[in-house]
Design a binder for this molecule. Structure first.
Ligand code: DC
Length: 236
């Protein structure tokens, strides 16, 4: 029906450090949609497993973790003051902890476990049941929402991503080298694309957004154009 308030499902996939979450949050805010950071969900499960001492040098106590999946409750709350999403694990604010190096260094092994993925995918699909959602990750357009209204595959030159990350970290006072960061970016790209379970790949019907040479404002304007087109297609 023309003019009805169509709420889209917007799937954003892509490489690490491409600015997926910044863009997804921006779009969700403009559209008054909910934003779901699926990477935070894999990070939350990783934190739970680390606290239980179930990860040792890339070896995971997988059966124990699978048994515990129903005890791991993940939720998000929007913080109006600093306009960020905050991740909760069983009622505890874990937003800061899941961004720390220990979780970043262990999350790939957890994200490679099929049962963990299937459990989280089910929850992610529930978030998107009624539309009006922007979700970012690695398998949103391919596995979570294969029928998403708009699928965006984000990419940027690895050196440009490394430089952005370098600027962020040095601004916080961290002492890092650009070579180390570039090596880490390339390693994560390799793991994301080559794991057996739901590897990162562009859905056939996704539009590619290479933001190597786009400002955040230009990028948002471009995506808003795509959203407008999709809404018009859906509203007729
Ligand atoms: O986007 P991020 O860096 O916060 O993601 C953390 C990890 O989780 C990263 O190793 C990729 C993985 N991930 C995934 O496998 N599938 C998703 N949908 C989201 C993230």
């Amino acid at each position: 029906m023309k003019g009805k308030q169509t709420k889209l499902v917007i799937a954003i996939d892509g490489f690490s450090s491409c600015g997926k979450s910044t863009m997804a949050k921006d779009i969700a805010k403009i559209m008054s949609y909910i934003y779901v950071d699926t990477g935070a969900m894999y990070r939350a499960v990783t934190l739970y497993a680390l606290r239980k001492n179930w990860i040792n040098e890339d070896e995971v106590e997988t059966p124990l973790l699978i048994d515990a999946l129903n005890d791991i409750h993940i939720s998000f709350q929007y913080n109006e003051e600093n306009q960020t999403n905050v991740t909760f694990l069983n009622g505890e604010n874990i937003e800061t902890e899941i961004r720390q190096l220990e979780v970043s260094n262990n999350v790939s092994v957890i994200a490679a476990i099929g049962e963990v993925r299937r459990h989280l995918v089910k929850l992610q699909q529930e978030f998107g049941n009624d539309g009006g959602v922007v979700m970012d990750g690695r398998d949103i357009g391919t596995v979570v929402f294969p029928h998403a209204d708009l699928k965006i595959f984000m990419t940027a030159d690895p050196m440009i991503r490394a430089k952005r990350r370098y600027d962020e970290l040095t601004a916080k006072g961290d002492s890092v080298t650009i070579e180390d960061i570039l090596a880490n970016v390339e390693k994560r790209d390799y793991i994301d694309q080559n794991r057996e379970e739901s590897p990162l790949t562009k859905a056939a019907d996704a539009v590619v957004l290479d933001n190597s040479r786009l400002t955040p404002a230009e990028q948002t304007a471009l995506v808003m154009e795509w959203i407008k087109e999709k809404k018009e297609e859906k509203d007729v």
